[in-house]
Design a protein around this ligand. Sequence first.
Ligand SMILES: [Mg+2]
Length: 273
Amino acid sequence: MLKYKKYFLFDIDGTLGVDDILYEGSRELLGLIERIGGRSFFITNNSTKSRKDYVEKFKGWGLDTDEEQFMTASYAACMYLKKHYEGRKLFVVGTPSFEEELKSFGLLTVDRAQPDTACVVVGFDRTLDYRKIEEACRLLFRPEVDYVATNPDLRCPVSFGFIPDCGGICEMLRVTTGRTPCFAGKPDKGIVTLCMDQAEAEKDEVLVVGDRLYTDIACGMNAGVETALVYTGEAKPGDLEDTEYKPDYVYNTIEELYQELYRLHVRKGEGQG
Ligand SMILES: [Mg+2]
C-alpha cells in the first residue's frame, strides 16, 4: 500500500523531468519524502552521465543529493564488470564520462580491438562515431569476446521527440553481427536490489516510479516490489491494455503522485492534530 512506502526509486527522464526541465511536483515530492523520513533513489538507464554528473545536474535544479542516491545502469554495469572482468581488457562504446566511471572501478579499458580484448561494453554513447562501431564489430565477430551493455532502451525522450539510446545502438550491432548483449540496467532487478541493500529496505516499503512499461515497471516487477506509472514520458494510457507489465498505481503526472502522498501523510496528520 502506498502509505507504507518509505523508499522511492525514481526513473529520471520522462518521470521527474525531460532534458534540463524538472517537471512540476518533482521538487515537492522529493521534499515530502524527506519530511516523512523516507529516502529517494534515482534509478536511471541513462548511461551518458556518471553518478557525480547527476549530483551536479540535480544541483542545477536546486536539489541537494548525494552520489549514493543514484543507481545508474552504468553503475550497475561497473559493479557487474568488476565482478567478472577485473584485470581484463574492455573495449568501450560509451561517453568519456562512462569510461571514467569504469576506470574509477579499477577496470581496464582499451580504445582499439586487441587480440586479448575480453569484452565489448556498450553504453548510451552520445559521442558515437563510425570508428567505434567498426572496432566493436571486429570484436563481436569473435565468439570468444563477451558482450555487455548498460541498458536495453531503444530510444531516449528529448524535448523534440526521441534519439537512439543504448538499446538502439545494440540493435544496429545485432543486425550487423547477430550478437545481443547481456544488459545490466532496467529491467534487470539488479539496480533495485542495489538500492534495497543500501537502504536495508523491505520489499513492501519500496515503490518504483517510471514512465516506461518494459524497463521501469518490468524492473520493479522483477524485483518483486510495487510500481507506479506516470504518463509524462513514453507510455500512453492505451498501452496498458496489452502489456504484461501492469503497474500497481497510475498517475498522469508526478504532481498527482505528490498530491496523493500529501493527502496520505500530511493532510491526514493535520486532521488528527
Ligand atoms: Mg524514463
